[in-house]
Design a protein around this ligand. Structure first.
Ligand code: SAM
Ligand code: SF4
Length: 335
C-alpha cells in the first residue's frame, strides 16, 4: 500500500472517475418486495452495521476524495432512527453537490418536509404498480395508499426532481407500464424502468421467466406516447427519453440488455461498511475494519479508498439464466 494520499480524485484501472457514492444505511425495511428480499429475512445485529457517526466519517472521506454525489438508500433508509440527523449533517458537507435518496415512499407523509430541509435535492420513489392488490403482492407488506399520499406530500414540498422507479416483471406488472407512465405524466414526475437483477435467492418467481427487457417496455410505451431520446445523464445508469408534450422523462436501467459498465462512476457502501466496487461482483474492501481499528486515521482511510479503486471490476457478471452467484440481497447493498 502507498503511504501518502496523492490525488483528490478516485480513478480506477479503466480510467473511470468515481464521483458517486451510494450508501445503504440500513438492511431493514417495512416492505418485503418479491424481487429484493425473501419473505423471512434475518437482519444484521446492530454491532455489525455502521453507526451513523461512522457513516458520516466515511462520507466525509469520500467527499474529500472528489465524490460529488451521495445517494442514501437501504433497505428503507427512512426507517432507520436518526436518518434525518445524518442527512442534515451530510447536507452541510462542503464539496458535496448532490444529496439524494431512494425510498419506498412509506414514510414520506411525515418526513418529506424535513428531508427537503435537510438538504435532500432529489428523491427516487419506488412504485411498481397502481393496483392495490398487486402492490400488496409485490411488496408483501406495503400499503399503496400510504405511498401515493407520500408522493403527493413530496410534490408539495418542492424537491428539484422526483423520479418513480419501477421494476418490471413479466406476468406480474408488465401490463402496467403505460399506466405508470400516465401516472408520471399526470404528476409531472420522471419515471425509470429497471430490469430485475439477480441478487439473492428469491422464491416467488423464476428470474429468467420474469425477465421483461427495456426494449419491450420502450415498445409498449411508444404504442401510446411520443418519445425522443435525450443525451441527458443524471450521474446514474439511466438513459432518458423525453415524453413529448409533457414535463416527464422516461429512463431505462438495463443491466442485461444495454450494459452501462463502461460509464460506471459509482461505488457502494454496504450497511456493514464494506466498500463494494461493483453491484454485480463481490470485489470489496472492509472500511469498517479500518475505521474501527484506526479510529482517528483519516489519511489511512482515504488511502484505503484510493487503493480500492484498483480492484473495481470492468463489468458486472449478471446472468439471469443461472442461479445467483451473488447471494447478498439488494437491501444490504443499497440499490
Ligand atoms: N427501500 C428503498 C426503495 O425500495 O426504493 C430503497 C432501497 S431499494 C433496494 C432501491 C431500488 O432497488 C428500488 O427501486 C428497488 O425497486 C430496486 N431493487 C430492489 N431489488 C432489485 C433487484 N433484484 N433488481 C433490480 N432492482 C431492484
Ligand atoms: Fe424494501 Fe426497497 Fe427492498 Fe422493497 S426494494 S424490500 S422497499 S429495500
Amino acid at each position: 500500500m502507498t503511504k501518502f494520499v496523492t490525488a483528490p480524485t478516485l480513478i480506477d484501472r479503466f480510467g473511470r472517475t468515481v464521483d458517486y457514492l451510494r450508501i445503504s444505511i440500513t438492511d431493514r425495511c417495512d416492505f418485503r418486495c418479491v424481487y429484493c428480499m425473501a419473505e423471512e429475512m434475518t437482519f444484521l445485529p446492530r454491532a455489525q452495521i455502521l453507526s451513523l457517526e461512522e457513516i458520516f466519517i466515511l462520507a466525509q472521506a469520500f467527499v474529500e476524495l472528489g465524490v460529488k454525489k451521495i445517494r442514501i438508500t437501504g433497505g428503507e433508509p427512512l426507517v432507520r432512527k436518526g436518518a434525518l440527523e445524518l442527512l442534515t449533517k451530510l447536507g452541510h458537507l462542503k464539496g458535496l453537490s448532490e444529496l439524494v435518496i431512494t425510498t419506498n415512499g412509506s414514510q414520506l407523509v411525515s418526513m418529506a418536509k424535513d428531508l427537503k430541509a435537510a438538504g435532500v435535492k432529489r428523491i427516487n420513489i419506488s412504485l411498481d404498480t397502481l393496483n392495490i392488490e398487486k402492490f400488496k403482492e409485490i411488496t408483501r407488506t406495503g400499503d399503496l395508499k400510504q405511498v401515493l399520499k407520500g408522493i403527493q406530500v413530496a410534490k408539495a414540498v418542492g424537491f428539484e426532481r422526483i423520479k418513480i422507479n419501477a421494476v418490471i416483471l413479466k406476468n406480474r406488472n408488465h401490463l402496467e407500464v403505460n399506466d405508470l407512465v400516465q401516472f408520471a405524466i399526470n404528476n409531472e414526475l420522471d419515471i425509470s424502468f429497471i430490469e430485475e437483477m439477480p441478487l439473492g435467492i428469491v422464491s416467488q418467481h423464476d428470474r429468467a421467466e420474469a425477465y421483461y427487457s427495456s426494449d419491450l417496455i420502450l415498445k409498449d410505451i411508444t404504442r401510446k406516447y411520443n418519445l425522443v431520446p435525450t443525451l441527458e445523464k443524471t450521474g446514474g445508469p439511466s438513459t432518458y427519453h423525453q415524453l413529448l408534450g409533457t414535463k416527464s422523462r422516461v429512463g431505462f436501467i438495463s443491466p442485461h440488455s444495454h450494459n452501462f459498465c463502461s460509464q460506471c462512476n459509482r461505488v457502494r457502501l454496504t450497511v456493514e461498511g464494506r466498500l463494494l466496487l461493483c453491484l454485480g461482483n463481490e470485489h470489496s474492501v472492509d472500511l469498517k475494519a479500518v475505521l474501527r481499528e484506526h479510529p482517528n486515521d483519516m489519511a489511512l482511510l482515504k488511502q484505503t479508498i484510493i487503493d480500492a479503486m484498483l480492484i473495481k471490476p470492468e463489468t458486472h457478471e449478471f446472468n439471469i439464466n443461472e442461479q445467483p452467484v451473488i447471494l447478498r440481497y439488494m437491501n444490504m447493498t443499497g440499490g
